[in-house]
Design a protein around this ligand. Sequence first.
Ligand code: 13P
Length: 287
Amino acid sequence: MALVSLSKILTKALNGRYGIGHFDVHNLEWMQAVLNAAKEERSPVILGVTEDAVSYFGGFSVPVKLAEALIKEMKLGVPVVVHLDHGSSVENCIKAIDAGFTSVMIDASHHPLDENIRQTKEVVTYARKYGVTVEAEVGSVGGSEGSDKVTDPVYADPIECIDLVKRTQVDCLAPALGSVHGIYRGAPKLDFEGMKEISQLTKVPLVLHGSSGLSADHIKRTIALGTAKINVNADNHLSFSKAVRNCLENDKGLYDASVYGSLGREQLKETIRIKMRLFGSVGKAIE
Ligand code: 13P
């Protein structure tokens, strides 16, 4: 099965009230872990690739070609999306689309609304020609992705959300509603009322960023309120690193990277399978 556009699986998820996991991937082992979990759980899945990961992989085309090769070799048989996570410019979204990404996020949320709309519209116009899905953000997801800089969340305004969706025709929307990237410092304060209102006003599938560290109850409520794409990164880093760390600490003489690499990969796969069950996407890989 070739890579699919995000819209193809996201609309079904919204209507069926389940979530599809967007799992950020950073190397071969992570991609194998996500795809193996999807195969075992018969779940549609999104491979999230940040711009940092694009650099780490060695270019936009690498994660696409890698995903395509693995899907073929593994005889995967479940829908897979390769999605640009937090595209920082129209140019980078275009590069990703040209390289074969089947979904892109244009994150122009730090600009004033009109500029966010202008950039999102430009990406939507380009993406439409290739059947590629576009995600936009309103407000600002707080926290940090590995760097020292930690920011507070800026809650999305429902009126700005409907304005952006109407004027850009974007396929899905990430309204920042109190979730943060990375590790939560203090209890999460999610605006569920805002989520309900934004979902009812815009009618597009909503995206939850910063899902790591949220409770099962939080996740279930977001899905019930119209969230269909759930982004996961930090929890997977914690799972993978813990397995590799334990392995190396328990065997000081171990130097074979394929041994601790496969241990980390196996643990990561199990963590992702648990997430898929929580999101309700198990068994939904129907063509
Ligand atoms: P977490 O690192 O909190 O799981 O967030 C991931 C994310 O939202 C990627 O866009």
